[in-house]
Design a protein around this ligand. Sequence first.
Ligand code: SF4
Length: 341
Amino acid sequence: MAPENSTENPPENGGTSQGLTLPEQVALHVELLRLAGVRFLPGDPARLSTMAAPPVNRPSPGGPPQRPLEASAPATGRLADMARSQQPAAPPIDPPPPIVQPKPPVRPVPAARPAPATPPPVFTPPKGGGLFTLEQVGAPLDSLPVLDSATRLEMLEQLRGEVAACKRCAPLVSERTQTVFGVGPLDAELCVVGEAPGANEDKLGEPFVGEAGQLLNKMLGACGFERSQVFICNILRCRPPGNRQPLPDEALACNPFLVRTLELVRPKFLCLMGATPTRYLLDQSTGVGVLRKRDLAWRGIPVQATYHPAYLLRYPDKKRDAWEDLLRMLDRMGRTPPKAP
Ligand code: SF4
């Protein structure tokens, strides 16, 4: 049994009141620091344990036994600071790899569209609603140089010869018996313009000589005119096959002959019978039913539109309208119809 006042020598490595030796306490702190995230280099814990080892509390000879030294709190904090100071430098952080943005899918370049073809020119109808423009724009006839009658008759005969030799319209030339130039006096007070020669006209060489011509003579007589007082002609000087209507190119080809005829004859008034003369001389596509009520003119010459005698033969109910047109024409001419006997 140990003496009462004897005491056991503290272990060399020191003991604590908690039952842990100082190295164990150091190891505990190191572990706590590890848990707190402090990192140590290899060998540091052992070194720290050595550094933290308390000095051996050797009992003084004869003295009372000394209590083992306890590691003080500052010492423990110093250990933690040392542990932190011994933390290895953070390994260099490699720069994050560059973020590679996925390239958008390459869209196929659409093939270049072919340039649009040049649009065809838009046909612009001439002013006045006509189908096309003819050689009809010119000075008023009364402004042309005054030629004596003999000269004009001579020029008119020359023109008649040109027409007789004309071969501009091959289909008509191959079918015609002869050309139909026109008939009537110079300076006629009235000039009647029809469509084209028919079978009888083609045979006789004179316009309006068939049944339609006889009706025309009656219409002129009702107006107080003798046929011989009126200059009578057509848009065409050759008969169209089958008495068809003149084609536009035929009317264009023959129009200069009509214009030169009128320039030499110098009529005072024009009566256009049917849609063909209003279309190709006045350049008007409007129907006769509308034009007949208008005050028309061609190069300064007043014009009255009315139905063709051949049309009146097919539609006799239109004769009343035609008579109204003639009365209108006479009124514009300053004439009065003769009283019926
Ligand atoms: S219609 Fe007139 S242009 Fe045509 S061939 Fe006869 S005269 Fe010549």
